[in-house]
Design a protein around this ligand. Structure first.
Ligand SMILES: [Zn+2]
Ligand SMILES: [Zn+2]
Length: 568
């Protein structure tokens, strides 16, 4: 049991109490304890019962639940609730937009106890007729069920990274003298992974696969496996796995073939042959040499997608890609002023301790009341605190920003005289996400044309594997950013990675800068910058086109000059 899982179990208990109509006072007391625990800094697993009891809202029954959770991974009240809940209902509870109250109605009135039955009930129109539901809710449920089904067995890159690394060392242990490489989508740093792929090069192929039997972490699927490939499942994640076997002699060309996307392999190198055919010649002894022999500039693995990189390599136009160490500051972060977990000072000190020159704080604006959005007085108070901290922490600097909600009509969330007080404004959409493409694009362009907008935040609002973003006309949005000198964020949170990497090249072509923003809501959130860099590189992002590679003085000038030019 770890901190996060423990909180998840408490949350599940609350959902189930609501589902089973338990005493509302009890539900509220659990909820307020959970909120305090979530807000707290410390790992619950490290706290003693006495320390826990001092946390506001944590009463006797919660303490008991936590101590049982620590020892037995569950607690009596949760077990009782789980026993009277069909498994399918638990699955339905995970569907976005369906709270326990609605699930209860569906269960009781329609007898639905599985996602499959729920889909049928929606398709026959029964759900729409329930009190408090309607056509729109029914459509949303259908969409979410379809989205969920299409994502079965898929994982975020960041969520499987550690497991893939662990598995690599297991392979190294059982094949001590083999050549081993991670190949497939993971090697190309795809944002979503549905299969883990490895290549193992052995002196002799005889008996190679048998050794995998000693691993407890995977299950072999004999029927799917071929003579030189092992197929199965990594049980911990229920992730499909393919392990290819080859001889050491063939390892290099197999590795290059298996890392590349099929469309990269199909790209022509000259009039006669494509990448795949060139690889098969095996007239090279290293990855670098393969490109040299074929008069191509080296193409980094993450770019081998078949999206024009071969043409770039022919023209010697593959740029030097952004590195993590190029980043000089961190923009778009939250503090306890809105819905962040750590104070402004903590966020600043941690940022400085990591070696960065500046922090851009951008808490939520006032319309985002659910996220503690800032009323004007609070903005002014925060600015005073920033001024004081800047004196104390110089040359480190905190820039005054805000993540302003883009309202339904595209306007920003404060009057101009307040907007003028910020060094930078991240404009983002957080509400009324259900829009068709024309409306969404128009709403964003209106915000981009606002002279106070510095950065466009998470352009589509997508949450990978959880929620599709609203559809936008990417080209029109990027063109508008070019025309208005607005930077586009690559939101580095692994759930977002928005702007999508497939549009980075076009943005750079239009001379639109990108900013790698972690959207950190706590100090550890800065670590997500890594995923922003990975996905930026995948899209061909360079240091020169990344806003937060500017030094503290450069970016201060940039913000100032921009304001002078746009606001007269
Ligand atoms: Zn946001
Ligand atoms: Zn944010």
């Amino acid at each position: 049991m770890d901190h996060k899982t423990l909180l998840k179990k408490l949350k599940l208990a609350i959902q189930l109490m609501e589902l089973h109509d338990e005493n509302s006072f009890k539900i509220r007391s659990y909820q307020s304890a959970l909120t305090s625990l979530e807000r707290g800094d410390q790992d619950i697993m490290d706290l003693s019962t006495e320390e826990l009891s001092k946390i506001p809202g944590v009463g006797k029954s919660i303490l008991e639940a936590i101590s049982q959770l620590k020892e037995q991974e569950t607690f009596t009240a949760l077990q009782d609730l789980l026993e009277k809940t069909p498994e399918g209902i638990l699955e339905i509870l995970q569907i976005k937009g369906l709270g326990p109250k609605k699930v209860k109605v569906i269960w009781e009135e329609l007898g639905v106890t599985s996602t499959h039955e729920l889909m049928e009930a929606c398709q026959s129109g029964k759900v729409a007729k329930l009190k408090g539901f309607g056509e729109k809710t029914q459509d949303t449920i259908i969409q979410n069920l379809e989205f969920k089904a299409s994502n079965q067995g898929k994982w975020l890159y960041a969520d499987i990274e550690e497991t893939i690394e662990k598995f690599t060392s297991e392979l190294e242990r059982i094949y001590p003298s083999a050549l081993i490489a991670i190949v497939g989508d993971f090697a190309r740093k795809m944002e979503i992974i549905s299969e883990g792929e490895f290549l193992i090069g052995l002196d002799s192929l005889f008996g190679g696969k048998e050794k995998l039997k000693s691993l407890e972490t995977v299950v072999w699927d004999m029927s799917q496996s071929g003579p030189f490939s092992w197929k199965g499942t990594l049980t911990e994640l229920n992730l499909k796995m393919t392990i290819h076997f080859t001889t050491k002699k063939d390892f290099l060309w197999k590795k290059l073939s298996l890392i590349a996307a099929p469309s990269h392999l199909a790209e022509l190198v000259d009039e006669k042959e494509n990448i795949s055919e060139k690889l098969a010649k095996r007239n090279y002894n290293s990855e670098e040499e393969f490109f040299q022999v074929n008069e191509l500039q080296f193409i980094p693995a993450e770019m081998r997608e078949g999206l024009g990189e071969v043409a770039l390599a022919k023209a010697n136009a593959i740029p030097e890609l952004l590195e993590e160490r190029d980043l000089k500051g961190i923009l778009h972060n939250h503090s306890t002023y809105s819905d962040g977990k750590h104070s402004l000072r903590q966020m600043a000190e941690h940022c400085k301790a990591l070696g960065f020159e500046y922090l851009g704080i951008s808490d939520h604006s006032r319309t985002a009341f659910y996220a503690g959005g800032l009323e004007i007085e609070k903005v002014l108070k925060q600015h005073a605190e920033i001024d004081a901290l800047n004196k104390e922490m110089a040359p480190f600097r905190i820039f005054k920003g805000i993540e302003s909600d883009i309202l339904a009509d595209g306007k920003l969330d404060y009057p101009d005289d307040i907007l003028a007080k910020f060094d930078f404004v991240v404009a983002s959409i957080h509400s009324i996400l259900n829009m068709e493409i024309k409306k969404a694009t128009h709403r964003l362009i209106t915000a981009i044309e606002n002279p106070y907008t510095t950065i466009l935040g998470h352009p589509t609002g997508r949450l990978l594997l959880r929620r599709a973003g609203y559809p936008i006309n990417h080209k029109a949005i990027i063109d508008a950013c070019a025309a208005n000198d607005v930077v586009i964020e690559i939101n580095a949170n692994p759930w977002r990675l928005d702007l999508d990497w497939r549009w980075i090249h076009y943005a750079m072509e239009q001379n639109v800068k990108l900013s790698i923003n972690p959207d950190a809501h706590e100090m550890d959130g800065y670590d997500d910058m890594k995923y922003g860099v990975l996905i930026g590189r995948k899209g061909g992002l360079t240091k020169a086109m990344t806003l937060n590679t500017l030094s503290v003085d450069e970016i201060a000038n940039y913000f100032e000059k921009r304001k002078k030019q746009k606001i007269t």
